[in-house]
Design a binder for this molecule. Structure first.
Ligand code: F6P
Length: 512
């Protein structure tokens, strides 16, 4: 069927494919395809440089994608996101994570501020000793209730943590045992983080954590629990005192929830001001995303490149390599954000998606990846667009050589992927040939502080949303996780009618 959206895609498909090196014949390319998001922090001006010049985006593609964005009513959809409209149509709710950062419907912003004030009171009371000496927090949650806190705590507590936080997600008891081994029960609090307060892994781990406290001399284990949830009634039913329940609104999606009370372990570990700095960093990006148009909108521009590689070049995956140990968990955080949001096969109206949706997000840290998986990036048969993320200011205090070599390697990888060449003496050995013309984007932060981390995460949230709007899918539901959960429950309940292979596995493990 010919619709303005299909027509825009058809025009995009017919555009010529230029090589990266030919695109760099334009002297102004770096300027045109790079942009900054800046802010004034406590320590002066800071920001992030987003360099998309080593992608194949050119004027014609940018024009074409802007036409596509218009055909998709990107501006209207973005307005609906920020107004608190029920854009998560399959679940009949809004997606109001930006209200947590001060952008959204007035009532939602006010509600978020009130809930933050309540969370701040509890965090500061704990810091001041209201719950006795607190040295450790075992934060129990999974998916969006764990990945954001784990990332932020890991990124921001390399120098100092006010409280030692252990994020436990897996139902495998080894994960919880490892946290127990690192904590003194007498000075440990337990945060139970679950939007629904029904997730089996979280509730089972929480019960075991309470047992551990009780078995190790803690008089009132229930009194050491803080609940972070959008379902406070369930938390009360489970036995948490209302004074230690930090609610958040139902309209904040799980994978978008670290800004809400799910961020409690972050605030406890780094202090309220640092948590607030993360919110501020995200708000800077909200402002940019809400007010910049077309290619000038850096989140939308990134989505143009994402769509180009996924749909016009058939890339099944995209890689993200952080050249910074503090962002070691960033790829796994992004995996949930991008794949749970956009890994769909139907459009918002329920019709089938006729083209690829979210690629597989994968990655790791540089330089480690260079000595393990970059072989495939340089010479493999798959075309993989890569994002490199780095910080100009070092996170370490060792000899400056460390950071210099780190950044040199990061920039060299992008250059080598693009340039290609042949490493043999005669320049003819096919085994030593690099095809080049392989795309990358570089996100270069001035520093990697709390504000920057907030901005980086919000940039990816909006990039994910922009991708969804260009594909016409709802990024805010996740029904794909339900069938497996139901079957696991059937096994647990001793029922279910399974295929012969699964039944044999159950028999082998004594679970039938
Ligand atoms: O199973 C997927 C999921 O629903 C995620 O979307 C969510 O972040 C995670 O489980 C945890 O859910 P909850 O916070 O309700 O425990």
């Amino acid at each position: 069927m010919s619709t303005p959206i299909n027509a825009a895609w058809d025009r995009l498909r017919q555009l010529p494919q230029n090589t990266l090196l030919s695109l760099f014949e334009d002297d102004a390319r770096v300027k045109k395809l790079s942009g900054r998001i800046d802010w004034e922090g406590e320590d002066g001006a800071s920001g992030i440089l987003l360099d998309w010049s080593k992608t194949h985006l050119d004027e014609a593609l940018l024009d074409g994608f802007e036409e596509l964005a218009d055909a998709c009513d990107f501006t209207g959809k973005r307005a609906a996101l920020f107004s608190g409209d029920r854009i998560n149509v399959t679940e009949g709710r809004a997606a109001e994570h930006t209200a947590q950062r001060g952008f959204g419907a007035e009532t939602s912003v006010e509600e978020a501020a009130a809930l933050h004030a309540r969370m701040r009171l509890l965090v500061e009371a704990i810091h001041q000793g209201a719950m006795g000496e607190v040295k450790h927090l075992i934060h129990i949650g999974i998916g969006g209730s764990a990945l954001g806190p784990a990332l932020a705590v890991d990124a921001l507590t390399r120098d100092l943590a006010l409280v030692d936080v252990h994020v436990v997600s897996n139902i495998d008891g080894l994960a919880l045992e490892q946290a127990f081994a690192a904590c003194d029960p007498a000075t440990t609090l337990v945060a139970v983080a679950s939007k629904t307060f029904t997730t089996i892994e979280t509730m089972t781990n929480a019960a075991s954590a309470l047992d551990w406290l009780g078995e190790n001399g803690v008089f009132d284990p229930g009194g050491r629990v803080v609940a972070l949830t959008a379902n406070p009634d369930k938390a009360v039913e489970w036995g948490v005192d209302e004074t230690r329940i930090l609610p958040f609104p139902e309209s904040v999606g799980g994978r978008y929830s670290l800004w809400s009370s799910i961020g409690f372990p972050i605030a406890l570990a780094v202090g309220w001001d640092e948590f607030a700095a993360m919110l501020d960093g995200a708000a800077v990006v909200d402002e940019h995303f809400a007010t910049s148009e077309g290619r000038e909108n850096l989140c939308l521009r990134a989505a143009f490149a994402d769509q180009y590689y996924a749909r016009l070049r058939g890339c099944d995956t995209r890689a993200v390599f952080a050249y910074d140990e503090r962002l070691a968990l960033f790829p796994s955080y992004l995996q949930q954000l991008e794949m749970e949001s956009n890994g769909k096969s139907v459009l918002v109206d329920g019709s089938p998606a006729e083209d690829a949706t979210a690629p597989i997000t994968w990655g790791g840290v540089g330089t480690d990846g260079q000595h393990a998986v970059f072989q495939l990036l340089h010479q493999g048969t798959h075309l993989v667009p890569v994002d490199f993320i780095a910080s100009i200011a070092p996170g370490d205090e060792l000899d400056a050589a460390h950071h210099r070599i780190l950044l040199a390697n990061c920039f060299a990888q992008g250059a080598a992927l693009m340039a290609g060449g042949n490493m043999s003496d005669d320049g003819k050995d096919p085994a030593r040939a690099f095809p080049g013309d392989r795309p990358s984007a570089t996100i270069l932060c001035d520093d990697l502080d709390a504000t920057t981390l907030g901005a980086l995460i919000a940039f990816h949230e909006h990039r994910t949303f922009a991708n969804a709007m260009l594909m016409g899918i709802n990024p805010f539901d996740q029904f794909g996780v339900e069938l497996g959960k139901r079957m696991a429950n059937q096994v647990e309940a001793g029922g279910g009618n399974f295929d012969a292979s699964t039944q044999a596995l159950l028999d082998n493990a004594g679970l039938a």
